[in-house]
Design a protein around this ligand. Structure first.
Ligand code: NAD
Ligand code: UGA
Length: 471
């Protein structure tokens, strides 16, 4: 039986390994982590992450060929293939602070693999890493096991799943990418990993490349995706200034098969743990390689994202007679996108910070995000990527202006305005007449996701500001 161990039981490690275990009953998969609470949750009925379809997959294989454990050394020692899926956040201190990837967690995982290995292993980069990381990992592994004569083969196998659709994406990926050394040992390792995926992924969707192409393709894919959103968001500002409708523009340009219809939804800004961090990483790599023009090109994608969030807040304040001081504003949706409870880099944090700076009272509702999480997010120091400094968290006085509820009708009761910040399907089903009747007048709606029908709401009496749409 082939044994796989995955270091890192997070949003990627957990679902990815669960699907490998489900699709490959002949493979034993152990997912290990230093976070004891996270592992306990993986072993309970309340999984640590909310992801449609995940519970079912885990239930089918947990205890059979899928194990979650904190016994890292044991499982790494026994494994033939070790995936490393630890977090690779942006550095906040030292050289490259604000842009470069922090590889501390990756390095400690690599050192552990070198220390405990007694037999040959394939080490797979699952985390998103800077191009050329495999070279550094190779050095750590070989130099730390020099007397053991163990052969390590490093593969880059970046993950392309999106949260909220992780299981669907893993079951039916557009492609699986495997990069390795162009040596006999490298080709053999690529083939071994390819055979794992071939259990359910058609062979023509498994792309094999050299290591650096695989590493860079991951950063490039995220940069291209984020760039589409910043492009359509930039257009949304122009639409508001000219009377064009961004949904109509997206539809019209998306009909061109060279452009395509996906990922053209204007929004309050993209969020999530990866787009910004991966673009910053790309920017840093370009700068280090003497390519400032290329670095500046990609930086602009993040600048537009920041601009979009700021623009959204300014529009709210301006439309409410330039003062929101003491006014209750309902925040509907806090997660960075629908169908996840993940709030990492969610635009909601910046919007809430902006509204609180203007002394609004906020009442927040999200079907998957707890009060504790929202509290933590607003209490966090925020790192400004452009001027590498830490921005203070929301002040204790402003935090007193925030309440979190589990019912959208409670959130909107007596509110002056409503902001839609996540595109939860359930928001489309709300009884807007009931909401309107219990709000202060004029009752405003600021739709940061273009999920409500502005005309219907206007008929009820709301003043509706939809992103990139005429008033
Ligand atoms: P995460 O923070 O949810 O999980 C990472 C886990 O690694 C944590 O539980 C942490 O405790 C654990 N860890 C850190 N150092 C460890 C060590 N030395 N030993 C054992 N465990 C350790 O992160 P994530 O969202 O799963 O992302 C992981 C990587 O995958 C990142 O590089 C990210 O860029 C990439 N990625 C993420 C997504 C996504 O949708 N979240 C998609 C594609 C790629
Ligand atoms: C993204 C990529 O889609 C994945 O392929 C990649 O693996 C992953 O990042 C990663 O490397 O972490 P994810 O961040 O989970 O996945 O979710 P997306 O669906 O890409 O959405 C990201 C953000 O963009 C969300 O805030 C979403 O609301 C926003 N978005 C997306 C828009 O504003 N408009 C769109 O048209 C699409």
């Amino acid at each position: 039986m082939v044994k796989i161990c995955c270091i890192g039981a997070g949003y990627v490690g957990g679902p990815t390994m669960a699907v490998i275990a489900l699709k490959c009953p002949s493979i034993e998969v152990a997912v290990v982590d230093i976070a004891t609470a996270r592992i306990s949750a993986w072993n309970s009925d309340q999984l640590p992450i909310y992801e449609p379809g995940l519970d079912d997959v885990v239930k089918q294989c947990r205890g059979k060929n899928l194990f979650f454990s904190t016994e890292i050394e044991k499982h790494v020692t026994e494994a033939d293939i070790v995936f490393v899926s630890v977090n690779t956040p942006t550095k906040t201190q030292g050289l490259g602070a604000g842009k470069a990837a922090d590889l501390t967690y990756w390095e400690s995982a690599a050192r552990l693999i070198a220390d405990v290995s007694k037999s040959a292993k394939i080490v797979v980069e699952k985390s998103t890493v800077p191009v050329k990381t495999a070279e550094a990992i190779e050095k750590i592994l070989t130099h730390n096991s020099i007397n053991k004569g163990i052969e390590f083969q490093i593969l880059s196998n970046p993950e392309f799943l999106a949260e909220g659709t992780a299981i669907k994406d893993l079951f039916n990926p557009d492609r699986v990418l495997i990069g390795g050394r162009e040596t006999p040992g490298g080709f053999k390792a690529i083939q071994t990993l390819k055979e794992v995926y071939a259990h359910w992924v058609p062979e023509d969707r498994i792309i094999c490349t050299n290591l650096w192409s695989a590493e860079l393709s991951k950063l490039a894919a995220n940069a291209f995706l984020a760039q589409r959103i910043s492009s359509v968001n930039a257009m949304s500002a122009l639409c508001e200034a000219t009377g064009a409708n961004v949904s109509e523009v997206s539809y019209a340009i998306g009909k061109d098969t060279r452009i395509g219809p996906k990922f053209l939804n204007a929004s309050v800004g993209f969020g999530g743990s990866c787009f910004q961090k991966d673009i910053l990483n790309l920017v840093y790599i370009c700068e280090c390689n003497g390519l400032p023009e290329v670095a500046n090109y990609w930086k602009q994608v993040i600048k537009i994202n920041d601009y979009q969030k700021e623009r959204f807040v300014n529009r709210i304040v301006a439309s409410m007679f330039n003062t929101i001081s003491g006014k209750k504003i309902a925040i509907l949706g806090f997660a960075f996108k629908k169908d996840t409870g993940d709030t990492r880099e969610t635009p909601a944090i910046d919007v809430c910070r902006g509204l609180l700076a203007d002394k609004a009272r906020l009442c927040i509702y999200d079907p998957q995000v707890s009060e504790t999480q929202i509290d933590k997010d607003l209490n966090m120091m925020k790192y400004s990527w452009e001027h590498p400094v830490l921005l203070k968290p929301v002040s204790p006085t402003a935090l007193k202006q925030v309440s979190v509820v589990w019912d959208p009708y409670d959130a909107t009761k007596d509110a002056h305005g409503i902001c839609f910040l996540t595109e939860w399907d359930s928001f489309k089903e709300l009884d807007f007449q009931r909401i309107y009747d219990h709000m202060e007048k004029p009752a405003y709606v600021f739709d940061g996701r273009n999920i409500v029908d502005p005309e219907k709401l206007r008929q009820i009496g709301f003043i509706v500001y939809s992103l990139g749409k005429p008033l």
